[in-house]
Design a protein around this ligand. Structure first.
Ligand code: FUL
Length: 481
């Protein structure tokens, strides 16, 4: 009996020793994303659909007096939207369920300006129902834009309206359309039909979403779930923190300056990553006259690099037409855009590299940056805010895109980095110098050929992490930004 226990004891001792030697992960720093915010950021690209009376009148902001019958899609097919979105690589769809004209694309019991009052499908139609089902069928997440600004509701501009808006939200978010991954709140606050403006009760609105759809990420200029990127050009800041100082700010007129929204605030106490909303067309709503101006693949790639490639989520608006379908010009362009992305990002040219550098311990080894598993990452020891990783390749590599990712569950930490390549003369040559990384950073470099790349973290708020370094060669959109 005694003898049998001895190996057991030694094994336990070994286990204890191993546990003592295991280096703990870095402590999270500052604000960190919730699991929902992380999952949201990992979606990377979502489809925005502006659809409603404006699709039929050709204006951007309907004034709320449009007759309900103006909304009459001749051949609505939400499955065509979602099939297109899935094939293009989008993970979710957000629909303007109610734009500023107040018209509801579902039979809202709070309004007399909805699909139910229109002749479309004899007042029995419900676009939210069809789109939520179509999203589920294509494995996409479903989100809604519901404008607080309402140019139709006579109660807008009175204290009563805030409760009306809450009941409006309830009639979408109470589960009848399934889970909602993102609630989009526009900060616009213009005059209603009586000429009055509304004092919005944001805590009440946000609380309603949180109560009914606790997993939903709430978009507004200042979050709380994610923030506006500060422009509609498709451009996140070259420096882009996912943290933002929100105290004392509100969506709309009370929001921080657009430059702050564009870049975030380093080390701030609130996590609100930037969402880049931009339209594939000049306007947000479909107009036949703008079809020749649908953005080119090169323009879309630039937007991709300046949104997803700059630590932001891309919300690309592709508005359905008067039939209730995505225009063939837009859908073809999306397929070409997808093909270009697949082509550029097909092969990670660093996959067979060997990686050397300082590390926190073997669990946080430099080679972890080659693993596509997000949870395997490289980290430096506590107190060390700078360091380098050297990637050596078995043969020369030609590339012009360097993809970096931080492990954001521990916070966004890197403040400055640069990239160097080894020249045939054995010297290190700097090819890029940047600031933030965040969830994903794609650095556009000149096209270079080299046998080794050095990723130098110059500074960080606290010991840095990197979960991915990958190299690509873009022969479609070759310019350096
Ligand atoms: C803006 C709105 O006023 C536009 O019409 C559009 O919906 C855009 C996404 O947000 O603030």
């Amino acid at each position: 009996m005694k003898n049998r226990c001895r190996p057991c004891l030694s094994f336990c001792l070994l286990l204890c020793l191993a546990a003592a030697c295991t280096v703990r992960p870095p402590e999270p720093y500052g604000a960190v994303p919730t699991p929902e915010q992380l999952a949201w950021q990992q979606m990377e690209m979502n489809l925005f659909c502006h659809f409603g009376p404006n699709t039929f009148t050709g204006v951007e902001w309907g004034d709320g007096t449009e007759p309900e019958d103006i909304f009459c899609p001749s051949d609505l097919d939400c499955r065509q939207w979602t099939a297109t979105a899935r094939k293009a690589g989008f993970k979710g769809v957000i629909l303007t369920a109610k734009h500023h004209d107040g018209f509801c694309l579902w039979p809202s019991p709070e309004s007399v300006h909805t699909v139910a009052q229109s002749a479309w499908r004899e007042g029995k139609g419900d676009v939210l129902h069809e789109l939520s089902e179509a999203c589920a069928a294509e494995g996409l997440k479903f989100g809604v834009y519901i404008s607080p600004w309402d140019r139709n509701d006579p109660r807008y501009g009175t204290p009563e309206y805030n409760a009306v808006f809450v009941r409006t939200l309830e009639s979408v978010l109470d589960g009848r359309y399934g889970p909602v991954f993102e609630q989009w709140f526009d900060g616009a606050c213009g005059e209603g039909p009586t000429g009055k403006r509304q004092v919005y009760d944001w805590p009440l609105f946000n609380g309603t979403v949180a109560r009914l759809q606790p997993q939903a990420v709430i978009f507004s200029d200042v979050g709380p779930g994610c923030r506006w990127v500060g422009n509609e050009r498709g451009q996140a800041g070259r420096t882009n923190w996912s943290t933002l100082e929100v105290d004392g700010f509100e969506p709309g007129a009370g929001s921080p300056p657009v430059e702050v929204l564009n870049c975030g605030t380093p080390g701030a106490s609130h996590w609100a990553a930037a969402e880049t909303d931009v339209s594939i067309r000049p306007g947000w709503f479909w107009r036949a006259s703008e079809t020749p101006q649908v953005k080119s693949v090169r323009q879309l790639l630039k937007i991709y690099y300046e949104s997803v490639g700059r630590n932001s989520l891309l919300l690309l608006n592709v508005p359905p037409d008067t039939r209730g379908r995505i225009d063939p010009v837009d859908s073809l362009r999306l397929m070409e855009f997808r093909a270009a992305l697949d082509d550029i990002f097909a092969d990670d040219l660093a996959a067979d590299a060997t990686v050397a550098g300082d590390a926190r311990g073997r669990h946080f080894a430099p080679a972890n940056v080659l693993s596509p598993a997000y949870d395997r990452y490289w980290a430096l020891p506590d107190g060390q805010t700078g360091g380098a990783l050297t990637l050596s390749f078995p043969g020369p590599r030609t590339f012009n895109r360097v993809l970096l990712q931080e492990y954001i569950p521990l916070g966004q930490r890197i403040t400055a980095f640069h990239l160097e390549i080894l020249t045939p003369e054995g010297e290190w040559l700097e090819i890029a110098r940047e600031t933030t990384v965040g969830y994903k950073r794609i650095v556009l470099t000149p096209t270079v050929t080299t046998a080794a790349l050095r990723v130098v973290v110059d500074d960080a708020l606290v010991c840095p992490t990197l979960t991915r370094v990958a190299l690509y060669h873009d022969t479609v959109y070759c310019e350096v930004d």
